[in-house]
Design a protein around this ligand. Sequence first.
Ligand SMILES: Nc1ncnc2c1ncn2[C@@H]1O[C@H](COP(=O)(O)OP(=O)(O)OP(=O)(O)O)[C@@H](O)[C@H]1O
Ligand SMILES: [Mg+2]
Length: 521
Amino acid sequence: MATPLRALIVEDSDNDCRLLLSVLQRGGYDVTHKRVCNGAALGVGLEEGIWDIVISDYSMPGFLGTEALTIVRKKDLDVPFVFLSGTIGEEVAVNAMRAGAQDYVIKGKVARLLPVIQRELHEAELRRERKQMERRVRQLEKFEALGKLAGGVAHDFNNVIGAIMGWAELGLDRVASEAYEARLFRNIRDQARRAAGLTRQLLAYARRQVLEPKNINLNQMVNETTTLLQKTLGEQIEVKMLLAPDLQTTLADPSQIEQVLMNLCFNARDAMPKGGQLVIETRNVELHSQYCKLHGDARPGPYVQISVCDTGIGMDTATLERIFEPFFTTKEPGKGTGLGLATVSGIVNQHGGILDVHSEPGKGTAFRVYLRASEGDPEPLHYVDDAPVRGGTETILIAEDHEGMRDMAREILESLGYHLIPARDGEDAVNQFAAHRDAIALVLLDVIMPKLDGIDAYEQMSKGRPGLPVIFSSGYSEHGAKLAALATKGATILQKPYGSKDLARKVRELLDKAGVLEPIH
Ligand SMILES: Nc1ncnc2c1ncn2[C@@H]1O[C@H](COP(=O)(O)OP(=O)(O)OP(=O)(O)O)[C@@H](O)[C@H]1O
Ligand SMILES: [Mg+2]
């Protein structure tokens, strides 16, 4: 089969050009070409298309091959440039190579041309791969640095936001819902929620979120999310869904994947201000090692693919280069924070998946997310529970080093009738537990605490009481992997900052289940 070759030919003689094309065709290339013979036309040619190679005559009337080389190198450093000339002398040839040409071939010896082209195409491919690798390394380094920063800040920040949110909710519970004060409390709570949303996004970008993975069916998620989105997409956007009926399940955190989907759909919407088509597709795919290698260190095997395509404005390469950077946005101030895609890439990475994007200015954009397929039946996405929160009279040990959070959680639970024993760190928690062992029905442990962290503290407490009901609360965790392992074994994790209803519901749920709980190791 002929190899496709896009050749930009700088040549004044039409005859020589035809001769060259026939050599290339006989050599097994299916050539798409354009012939130019002056600087202006060369500039236009370079703009117009993507070329695999530039083959240039050395001296043409009014235009020198070296000038052509300068123009090409200014535009594209990578494309192989080969001189083909009848008049080139050794000295000229050496100068040409110095100026950045890959090789030169004497017109009388065209037999040499084919191996030269073959070699240059191969080397260009290697250069491209190396560049891509270097770009990935740079990106990973940037990721790592930003991740550390974001994670560190968010840990403390989450506690503060959590406390604000909790106090506002407690205030709300104490005033009549139509009172002026209720509006003030609601405003405080809503702003705190917004702040919480921002830290969540930053943490997702930094891959410091604690995942709560479940076997899920992405079709179900797409259906639910698009129903939610339909209103905000507007009537000018036609939504089309192509969902594979036999889609495999995937082990993922539903709320995180929902965030991925929402962010991609919002971007698609923003890219189509005058309307267009939004296509969401799911498929089963098998990824091979070569593809995986090009996209980080994902493992080959069965994946589920979800793609979000739009017919919007598209992106040029300069934009594409930067879209995953946090705070990179082309939207007007106030319209976008530039965290959407940074979050998407963080989440997909943390799930061990692959994110791919294709875009063309004026035509549209396609984002593809690949998540590993899993065995097992899909679980429900969320348990809807609108029933009022029930309290109880059990005794709960709460260990939390942040005083504001501790007081807030304590107040919430005490107002529901529970008896609370507070502890200020892991060690204190273990001591308190030893003193009140028989009374304590449940422990609520912050994961990161001074002296002894929540996980180790729980290990000590549960030695004498296997199956002791526990809720780990965590904003960001360096123990992410350990915690995720506990979560898959059934430990309850409460993501900080949490609202009073979340806390109360999880506590009741767990206490109701206690007794039938398997021990967690
Ligand atoms: N589907 C798309 N079509 C065209 N451009 C896109 C698309 N998706 C993203 N972009 C470009 O990438 C930029 C970054 O996207 P990202 O989602 O990270 O931030 P944002 O949408 O600008 O703000 P935010 O999502 O935080 O509200 C966008 O500003 C836009 O220029
Ligand atoms: Mg966005």
